[in-house]
Design a protein around this ligand. Structure first.
Ligand code: ADP
Length: 269
């Protein structure tokens, strides 16, 4: 393509360095261009199915000369909601990937926040035949964070635990105060399930957009395939990171590391 330029470097002087820099920049531009192309292809692919379903339903209603049954309208509405969520997720994800995600960081008691989140999802877990518990070894764990963004992170991870754990399973959310890692102190939140687990060879791809371990099955569970990418990017924007430990058919542990008050390393914008 247009970016297939690579100037051979012969000299080791200033001139050689300029050429080397030029070659590095070309490579990086090419990678960015590839990523952009892949994103457009992925988005087109993801939008195609729901849009075709909606088109077909509307055409069927038109042909039968009816304005559409209430059930059909309900299903169409569900598809529209799903599409809207997908577009919204893509929007925040692209902002985060460009380092332009706005964070409204305030002092936040993570223990209290998680207690509330677990309370909110308890019903959904129980409806799926799952037991969910919250444990903390500290009364309060204070971080400087965007409560809304972090709520989305934990909701995404807990929703996954619910989705990928068969009936009768257990989910626990555990918070730990002050875990030392990479020379800094972090508050750690683990979401532990004893569900279907993830094969080891899939682990490196989990934060990729639209990545699903078993495409067909995940499709039925209603996710957008962006949940983990968003969680990864939002936590990164806070100066933290996520670790995954999983055993196929045994269960998974997703641990969120967040820099604790006064020691955060990430951007504050
Ligand atoms: P999705 O909308 O498909 O759930 P995510 O980005 O949230 O997308 O997750 C990506 C994939 O990672 C899922 O499709 C699933 O295969 C796998 N996964 C995520 N969380 C879990 C979990 N707790 N247990 C087993 N597999 C999981």
């Amino acid at each position: 393509g247009d970016l297939d330029v690579n100037v051979p470097v012969q000299s080791k002087d200033e001139y050689g360095k300029v050429i080397q820099t030029f070659n590095d920049m070309t490579l990086r531009l090419r990678e960015a261009e590839d990523a952009r192309r892949r994103l457009v292809a992925d988005v087109a692919h993801e939008l195609r199915t729901p849009l075709s379903i909606m088109q077909l339903k509307l055409e069927n209603a038109q042909q039968s000369g009816q304005s559409g049954s209430p059930e059909m309208l309900l299903r169409l509405h569900d598809e529209v909601i799903r599409l809207n969520l997908l577009v919204e997720d893509l929007h925040v994800l692209s902002l985060a990937e460009a380092g332009r995600l706005s964070l409204d960081r305030k002092t936040l008691d993570l223990t209290k926040k998680l207690e509330q989140i677990v309370d909110d999802v308890k019903m959904e877990a129980e409806e799926n035949g799952l037991d969910i518990r919250f444990t903390s070894n500290a009364r309060s764990v204070i971080v400087k964070a965007d409560a809304g963004r972090l709520t989305q992170v934990f909701i995404n991870l807990i929703t996954n635990a619910i989705r990928y754990t068969p009936k009768g399973g257990n989910i626990s959310v555990v918070i730990e105060d002050k875990v030392m890692d990479r020379d800094a102190n972090y508050a750690c939140v683990s979401i532990i399930d004893n569900g279907i687990g993830i094969p080891a060879e899939e682990l490196p791809h989990l934060f990729d957009r639209f990545y699903r371990v078993e495409k067909a099955r995940s499709r039925h569970t209603g996710g957008t395939g962006l949940g983990l990418s968003i969680a990864h990017q939002f936590v990164k924007a806070h100066g933290g990171f996520i670790r995954i430990a999983s055993q196929h058919e045994q269960g998974s542990v997703f641990t969120v590391y967040l820099p604790i008050e006064g020691e955060q390393t990430g951007s504050t914008s």
